[in-house]
Design a protein around this ligand. Structure first.
Ligand SMILES: Nc1ncnc2c1ncn2[C@@H]1O[C@H](COP(=O)(O)OP(=O)(O)OP(=O)(O)O)[C@@H](O)[C@H]1O
Length: 260
């Protein structure tokens, strides 16, 4: 079943167009990573898919995303933002907020069990009673992901979820996204670390200047793509059967240095 369909999406902030005719179709069960230079429009696209920005061109499970009610959408899509704001609430209560679309007046046994389960899954059960404004950046990031998982969505959107995380936690978050997709959900992750993406995801969408410039599996990852998209010369080697992208030089750097 098609989870997401984006058709000819244009998006403008204050008169400046940052998405220029984006086309994208994602099937249920896929794990897709969106890559590209700073300012390419990746986060804007993710927010359009999540119904956070008002865009007419996005369908989720065959229905315009803007037609879903707030609670309906929260049961279908969970969005983990690039930055999350800490507060006075405990970790447990913050993650419990993810159950809001399912809850009556008070949390059910199932709501509480779900929160316990995702705290365990993210390895943060020991932080349950700590206020989120007393957490490290990485811990806060894990709380934000736990809250999204507590929503039990069908689509998980994460914007640079591995920022702030140590290597082990980066691998765990990527494994969580992969498992989510293997279990039938759809993971769409914006990130910069192409090598981490390569280890876990099957499909890569590259954006530049508000358009999708490449979309496919490992076979699209050729040195020429990195020159076109980032202006960086790379070599691609295999380590343990996994391709690794090694940056060699920034194409414009020598010229820029000459002018200094
Ligand atoms: N709220 C906003 N108001 C105005 N312009 C914005 C806003 N958010 C983003 N932009 C602009 O839109 C463009 C695309 O931004 P976006 O955050 O989608 O890019 P990105 O590819 O996610 O970048 P990065 O990798 O740096 O996070 C940028 O030029 C940015 O300055």
């Amino acid at each position: 079943m098609r989870a997401v369909r984006v058709r000819n999406l244009h998006f403008t902030y204050n008169g400046s167009e940052v998405l220029r005719g984006v086309e994208l179709e994602i099937e249920e069960g896929e794990f897709v990573v969106i890559l590209g230079p700073n300012g390419a429009g990746k986060s804007t696209l993710l927010k359009c898919v999540g119904g956070i920005l008002n865009c007419g061109a996005v369908e989720v499970f065959g229905r315009p995303v803007m037609d879903y009610s707030r609670d309906e959408l929260a049961r279908v899509i969970a969005y983990v933002p690039q930055r999350c704001e800490p507060g006075f609430m405990t970790v447990f209560d913050t993650v419990l907020l993810g159950r809001r679309p399912y809850m009556g007046l008070r949390p059910s046994r199932r709501d509480v069990e779900t929160v316990r389960r995702v705290l365990r899954m993210m390895g943060i059960s020991h932080l349950a009673l700590k206020p989120t404004n007393k957490l490290s950046g990485g811990e806060l990031q894990k709380v934000s992901i736990a809250r999204a998982l507590a929503q039990e969505p069908r689509i998980l959107l994460m914007d640079e979820p591995t920022n702030n995380l140590d290597i082990k936690s980066q691998l765990e978050v990527m494994e969580t996204a992969r498992k989510f997709a293997e279990d039938g959900g759809t993971s769409i992750v914006v990130m910069h670390d192409v090598n981490l993406a390569l280890r876990f995801a099957r499909r890569f969408v590259f954006m530049k200047d508000g358009v999708v410039v490449a979309d496919g599996g490992r076979e699209i990852l050729k040195p020429g793509l990195f020159e076109d998209v980032y202006g960086v010369r790379v070599r691609i080697e295999e380590v343990g059967g996994i391709p690794v992208v090694v940056p060699l030089s920034h194409l414009g750097l020598a010229e820029e240095l000459k002018q200094v």
